[in-house]
Design a protein around this ligand. Sequence first.
Ligand code: NAD
Length: 273
Amino acid sequence: MAAPVTTCPPAEPTRVAVLGYGSIGTVVCERLAAHAIPGARLVAIVNRSRVGDAPAPLVTLDAALTMCDVVVECAGQDAVRADAVRILEAGRDLVVSSVGALCDDEFALRVRDAGPGRLVCTNGAVGGLDLLAAAHDAAPFDEVLVRSTKLPKALVQPWMDAGQAARVRETQEPLLVFRGAPSEAARLFPKSLNVAAAVDFAVGRAGAVSVELYADPAAELTRHEVEASGPVGHYAIRIENLPSDANPRTSAVVPFSILRTLAGLTRQPNLIA
Ligand SMILES: NC(=O)c1ccc[n+]([C@@H]2O[C@H](COP(=O)([O-])OP(=O)(O)OC[C@H]3O[C@@H](n4cnc5c(N)ncnc54)[C@H](O)[C@@H]3O)[C@@H](O)[C@H]2O)c1
């Protein structure tokens, strides 16, 4: 006699709340609402300011945590610092786009110890991190350089005095705006140097990474060059991203990178439309 055939009920989609409905969050929400990830469903949006015409209910974070399985952060480093532990302790997974927030060691430890939710950082505007991480696992890198070049207006910061801001804004040629460690870069340029933080995490935060940031009026594309050298190989990764129309500090590819990361947390990780 043939064995009875059993069928599994269709998997419920992963319920997603998006924290931050700005230039990145808007695209993430639109794509989710258009069923770009078959295994995920947008159920809530959390935003500091009011928004009109959103594709899901605008709710508080507390309400969102009762509705979702995963929170996707597209709000900024302050939001990660304020809300990450609460989200993880509520048992919700968290996709972080503002990865620079985790450069603060004390905060990173608190997040590491929080749960049962899982925290996943998106690769965001950079790629090749899997290979860099694998090479680091084989043998730590001697040195890694992240050189980012952006339009000057994307690099003017509130802490700059009027002279510094004008020097950056009005430069007619490539200008070195910052050289130093990823944690300092993430602190001084919180919306612009998540890439350096992502590379730093990939290679184990062992102090091998240095960062250079240039303002270049000719940089119509945001450029990230990663040069890594160690016992098992030499790597040069060059990325040129179109800045987002809505926010020149952000690259247009970032929401799509976040969606890829989110898809990996669903029950159909390889499906994305
Ligand atoms: N990983 C990467 O490669 C990468 C690249 C670009 C940007 N980012 C990160 O993404 C963040 C968002 O970028 P964006 O261009 O969409 O910025 P944006 O300023 O256009 O939008 C941010 C939105 O979040 C909302 N917000 C801020 N704090 C909040 C809070 N605590 N609770 C709820 N809502 C809050 C704001 O009201 C705004 O609507 C950046 O700050 C940056 O840290 C990451």
